[in-house]
Design a protein around this ligand. Structure first.
Ligand SMILES: [Zn+2]
Length: 134
């Protein structure tokens, strides 16, 4: 796995991995994904009721997002990492309202999602500024 840069989908980049041919699994980088190979896709976004809307990248007036947000306890609230706040944008402002993340196997999807959660937790742990009291 290469160094992860977030968001993996944004703007006109509606698929991860992007590119047209010989797409490698973005997690293991050894197996190929997308047609005609085996793969699992995490697809998310909105579905328009407009008749011309047909699929990923084809919605018209919408942008998709996939965020993980850590909200730390404050003002008497309880929980781990109190007073901290962190945001991880896995996908953000994806034009067309839908995006797709493809992996070669359920194991790679599982590992990637765990990695995403680990990245959020790392941000929470490294967050030096405490949330202002409100
Ligand atoms: Zn893989």
């Amino acid at each position: 796995m290469k160094e992860t840069e977030f968001p993996v989908c944004t703007g006109k980049a509606v698929a991860f991995p992007s590119g047209r041919e010989h797409k490698e699994c973005p997690w293991c980088e050894t197996s190929l994904v997308c047609e005609p190979h085996s793969f699992v896709a995490l697809e998310a976004g909105c579905i328009s009721s407009a008749p011309e809307a047909a699929g990923v990248g084809q919605q018209v007036d919408s942008k998709a997002f996939f965020h993980l947000w850590w909200h730390g306890a404050h003002d008497g609230g309880e929980g781990v990492y109190p007073g901290r706040e962190a945001l991880l944008l896995v996908a953000d402002e994806v034009e067309g309202g839908q995006f797709r993340l493809c992996f070669c196997s359920p194991d790679c999807l599982r590992s990637y999602l765990l990695h995403v959660v680990d990245c959020l937790e790392e941000r929470v742990r490294s967050e030096s500024s405490m949330r202002p009291a409100d």
